[in-house]
Ligand binder design. Structure first.
Ligand SMILES: *[C@@H]1O[C@H](CO)[C@@H](O)[C@H](O)[C@H]1NC(C)=O
Ligand SMILES: *[C@@H]1O[C@H](CO)[C@@H](O)[C@H](O)[C@H]1NC(C)=O
Ligand SMILES: *[C@@H]1O[C@H](CO)[C@@H](O)[C@H](O)[C@H]1NC(C)=O
Ligand SMILES: *[C@@H]1O[C@H](CO)[C@@H](O)[C@H](O)[C@H]1NC(C)=O
Length: 199
């Protein structure tokens, strides 16, 4: 019996050594991150979380829990990436995808933004920045963010823009316009047309 266990042990030791991951490691870095760390056996992924609000900040390291998520509403943004090979949490830039979404500057939400990486949906977020002021943010988001917009309320980063009142996504180019208002106006006009013609 004991003899049979030895090969199993050797196998386990060999492979857990081999599986020990090495990741880039930094906290609140604003430029390149070159420091590395050897992960413990519980941490099976490297993560790279980039946030920006008035400047860029990168957090990287070994992690046990990680999700791929990305949202960009221009004034504020966050990208979280996970991967599982040595030093994979490098600074690879997300390349533009074909998606375009609206974003807002002050009260103007007619600006267009090209989305990147996994951000293949358009998002609209309204937040109450102080008691009586609601601000609308628009931009690009990944499906993982859109499938779970309740999670946005819990994200510390997004709470910096205020208390999130609503968040919604859509999946077509430039679909996050004030379309619902326009559609409402068009619907109102249709029943009026016969009236206009009868005059
Ligand atoms: C990680 O492990 C490698 C190989 O065992 C070693 O050369 C390196 O110095 C270690 N790095 C750190 C930051 O401990
Ligand atoms: C995150 O994305 C990377 C690269 O596309 C993929 O290899 C990895 O499995 C994803 N991780 C999770 C937790 O979804
Ligand atoms: C809003 O921004 C768009 C794109 O930059 C511009 O064409 C438009 O004139 C602006 N509208 C207002 C009301 O400022
Ligand atoms: C918000 O509006 C309420 C009622 O209109 C008012 O009583 C309150 O003072 C306002 N708060 C701020 C911070 O302006």
């Amino acid at each position: 019996m004991a003899l049979q266990i030895i090969p199993v042990l050797l196998f386990t030791v060999f492979f857990s050594e081999a599986l020990t991951l090495m990741c880039y490691d930094c906290i609140r870095a604003d430029s390149e991150c070159l420091n590395t760390e050897n992960c413990t056996s519980q941490d099976e992924q490297c993560s790279s979380i980039t946030t920006y609000i008035k400047g860029m900040s990168k957090n990287k390291g070994c992690t046990a829990v990680c999700s791929n998520e990305s949202v960009n509403v221009v004034q504020i943004g966050m990208t979280s990436k996970c991967c599982d090979s040595d030093l994979c949490n490098n600074d690879a830039q997300d390349s533009p995808n074909k998606m375009m979404c609206y974003y807002c500057t002050d009260k103007n939400c007619s600006n267009t933004l090209g989305c990147k990486g996994d951000e293949r949906q358009c998002i609209t977020v309204t937040a109450e920045s102080d008691e009586n002021t609601t601000t609308t943010f628009k931009g690009c988001a990944s499906k993982s963010v859109c499938d779970n917009t309740e999670l946005l309320q819990q994200q510390q980063l997004l709470q910096l823009i205020g208390k999130i009142k609503s968040a919604s996504c859509c999946g077509e180019n430039l679909c996050n316009s004030v379309q619902s208002l326009t559609q409402g106006a068009v619907l109102l006009l249709v029943p009026m047309l016969p009236v206009l013609f009868s005059i």
